[in-house]
Design a protein around this ligand. Structure first.
Ligand code: NAD
Length: 298
């Protein structure tokens, strides 16, 4: 863990303007957090509806702060102007750091990262919020792989303190330093980790999801498993957590993890097996993002 005043921070270039690609669960949360702590952020998506949803979520979070008297309405209005929604790359040449938070699909991420690299300045730091895909692997198609690293937030972004900063094979100290500094400016606790599928947290978490999925496939009641894990002392059980994460995201991530660590990913599909989580996707039960997952939401 790199504490304040570490080598990384001393070398950091301040981030005056950030951008996030994708206005989904994570992109919307990242935009809110950045805006809330005072760093202006462009929020780009390819769909108008996604931008609307991202903004709606940010407004809701700010409104809660007003309700709790932590912000005045005037401060909320001002902070909201820190988020600039967009469907185009106009103004990306002034961005200091980009967080890519589009769908967890290596091909889509490759295309988006190559595209954005052509739009930003040569010192802009590019980061990916991928949950599982190797940073060294994502850097392969980039012209400036030294400016690229992982910046992995957890869901919900405004509540989860940890951010994994992932150093790929070619990542420079300067890129790590800028990312660590931005995470701190957002009020988060960054840890710098080496690259591997799933990094640190998901490498631990996904085999757990696999164990859960296997139990459900064998007939266990997911509610019961959640209750047991809560009694065990975890803030929520695996079914509820999967609803928060999003079933489609978990399936994509599970595939990448299974490729990296086949022996550890039993229960997450592979070998023609349909995992319990895949069955949820097939039934359009994606979790809180579409109000129905293991549980139903209003
Ligand atoms: P999501 O499906 O909620 O949102 C993805 C967004 O990306 C959508 O709004 C989509 O329209 C947009 N998009 C797709 N192609 C795009 C493009 N070319 N340019 C701009 N936007 C584009 O997904 P999410 O849950 O927010 O996940 C995003 C990333 O964050 C994934 O890599 C995921 O693994 C990672 N992540 C997710 C979680 C989680 O709990 N959901 C946690 C940590 C990290």
């Amino acid at each position: 863990v790199k504490k304040k005043g570490s080598r990384y921070e001393r070398e950091a270039r301040p981030i005056a303007q950030a951008a996030v690609l994708g206005a989904g669960i994570m992109g919307g949360g990242i935009a809110y957090q950045s805006a809330s702590k005072g760093t202006p952020i462009l929020m780009k998506d390819i769909k108008d509806e996604a931008i609307e949803l991202g903004l709606k979520e940010a407004r809701k979070l700010f409104a809660k702060q007003v309700e709790r008297k932590k912000l005045t309405s005037a401060q909320m209005a001002e902070k909201l102007t820190n988020i600039r929604p967009t469907l185009s790359y106009g103004d990306f040449d002034h961005v200091d750091l980009v967080v890519e938070a589009v769908v967890e699909n290596p091909k889509v991420k490759d295309a988006v990262l190559t595209e954005v690299e052509g739009q930003v300045g040569e010192h802009t730091v590019l980061t990916s919020n991928t949950s599982t895909i190797s940073i060294t692997r994502l850097a392969e198609n980039l012209k400036r792989p030294e400016n690229f690293c992982g910046m992995h937030f957890f869901n919900p972004v405004h509540r989860m303190p940890l951010v994994e900063v992932i150093r790929g094979e070619k990542t420079s100290d300067a890129a790590v330093a800028a990312t660590v500094a931005y995470a701190r400016a957002m009020g988060k606790t960054p840890i710098v980790v080496n690259d591997c599928p799933g990094f640190l947290v998901n490498r631990v978490l996904f085999p757990y999801f696999g164990g859960f999925s296997q139990l459900v496939a064998q007939g266990a009641d997911f509610r019961h498993i959640d209750k047991v894990m809560e009694r065990f002392g975890w803030p929520m059980g695996p079914a509820y957590l999967l609803d928060v994460v999003g079933m489609d995201t978990a399936v994509h991530a599970g595939e990448v993890m299974a490729e990296g660590f086949p022996e550890r990913m039993a229960g997450m599909g592979g070998d023609g097996d349909r995992s319990a989580i895949q069955v949820m996707v097939d039934n359009d039960r994606l979790g809180q993002k579409n109000d129905r997952g293991f549980y139903a939401y209003e």
